[in-house]
Design a protein around this ligand. Structure first.
Ligand SMILES: *Cc1c(COP(=O)(O)O)cnc(C)c1O
Length: 427
């Protein structure tokens, strides 16, 4: 069927058939999770009594924006949290994480990352990279410590326990436990909600009351439970990833303990004003719709990931995770080994995108990143990575990080175009 529309060689078509057959049992399990999460979603909407009036936004200060508050309530219920901010006023995932970190940390406190070095853009927020004096946590006297992952790239539970034991968990000089669920740009598996639960259990046991904060980007709806249902105190994510369902045009969320969400609201707007303001203009309907669609869209992205993992592994690339490994995020990394192969992969995916299919991606130095990055992004929402996208920093081993796919049928075509470009390059 694909050849009715796109040029794919006989060799690649045969490979595609094998890959699809191998993926079938995994697709069945992805569908099972999707169905579970869709019913969980419907239940949250009905229990929160979402009504047509909530879909209409406000202007100006946005006082008494019932739709905005209801959306937070739906999300909180969905993820088993006491409270949530789920808003267009978070400009990105990094911004939502920044609000959360500055919201709960004070001078003299310590941020302890227990999953190794955080995602690139967080490093300048913390003050590990970037210029002194630009307003990082370090500039405000917040300390940083880190527990590295073990040799297998998994959290080192014994080292985490040792690092958190005896630490102050509340008040002045407290330490917070910070977990990154997704691999980001690192070569390690994403964390399951169960593993996050095990870390939270340790933190709460050795330091009662310690705040366990989770960067949940890319993890939402990949499993039947979210980290807040497993003991995390606060989770943070981006709406141009999984929970926006490809429909929310912007935004982010912070969900968790009520007192922490309140602190974050004070930092998001202004101390004293907090969550009371923030107009939603015309965006609420898209945010509700996107959230409602998110379990299904995440399932499409997971199928795209599993298919890509099998396809590129069969083509001889080192791919992580393995297609039949547990999936706790929607990210696939493919070691391209050379800059040329990385750019070719991105170019193929770009060519199979619904928007801007005719442009060729070029490497550039993106603000907040340490190396040049090449990106394929033919998306309806600029920078959206719940839509099929591929990017990678130009540094050894030239890994491409691929994620998203609103629709498996179309994403599979995009991946085949990328595979074809790589095969053609070899001839
Ligand atoms: C995407 C991502 C972020 C940052 O999100 P942006 O929206 O790109 O700012 C942070 N952490 C992880 C693990 C991510 O995947």
């Amino acid at each position: 069927m694909i050849r009715d529309f796109f040029d794919v060689s006989d060799e690649l078509l045969a490979l595609d058939a094998q890959v699809l057959a191998d993926c079938a049992p995994l697709f069945a399990s992805i569908d099972e999770t999707r169905n579970y999460n869709q019913l969980k979603m419907l239940k949250a909407f009905t229990e929160c009594k979402v009504s047509a009036t909530h879909l209409v936004g406000t202007t100006g200060y946005g006082y008494d924006d019932a739709g905005r508050e209801k959306l937070g309530e739906v999300f909180a219920r969905l993820v088993g949290a006491e409270d949530a901010l789920y808003r267009p006023h978070f400009l990105s995932g990094t911004h939502a994480l920044t609000v959360a970190l500055f919201g709960v940390l004070r001078t003299g406190d310590t941020l302890c990352s227990v999953t190794g070095r955080p995602y690139d853009t967080l490093c300048s927020v913390i003050g590990l990279t970037g210029e002194k004096g630009c307003g990082s946590l370090a500039d405000f006297g917040v300390n940083y410590s880190q527990v590295d992952l073990n040799a297998a790239g998994e959290p080192d539970l014994a080292a985490i326990e040792a690092a958190l034991t005896g630490k102050k968990s509340t008040g002045e000089g407290k330490t917070i436990c910070y977990i990154q669920r997704s691999r980001g740009y690192a070569d390690r598996p994403a964390l399951s909600p169960e593993t996050i639960g095990a870390i939270a259990e340790i933190a709460h046991r050795v330091a009662p009351g310690m705040i366990v904060m989770v960067d949940n980007c890319y993890g939402e709806f990949t499993q039947k439970v979210e980290p807040t249902q497993m003991g995390a105190d606060v989770i943070i994510g981006s709406l141009i990833k999984n929970p926006g369902g490809g429909i929310a045009p912007t935004g982010g969320y912070i969900a968790g303990r009520h007192d922490l969400v309140e602190l974050c609201a004070q930092r998001l707007t202004a101390p004293g004003t907090g969550r009371e303001i923030g107009c939603t203009q015309d965006v609420l309907r898209q945010m509700y719709l996107g959230l409602y669609f998110a379990p299904g869209v995440t399932a499409e992205a997971l199928k795209t990931a599993v298919y890509a993992q099998r396809l590129f592994a069969k083509m001889g690339f080192r791919v992580t995770p393995a297609y039949d490994a547990p999936h706790n995020d929607i990210v696939t990394s493919v070691e391209c080994r050379t800059g040329e192969a990385l750019v070719a992969l991105c170019a193929g995916i770009q060519a199979g995108s619904p928007v801007d299919s005719y442009v060729a991606p070029e490497p550039w130095l993106m603000p907040g990143y340490e190396n040049e990055v090449v990106m394929a992004a033919g998306a309806f929402t600029m920078g959206s990575s719940i839509e099929l996208s591929c990017d990678g920093p130009l540094r050894d081993p030239y890994s491409a990080y691929m994620q998203g796919g609103l629709n498996f049928t179309a994403s599979r075509a995009g991946l085949l175009l990328a595979a074809q470009k790589i095969m053609n390059g070899k001839n």
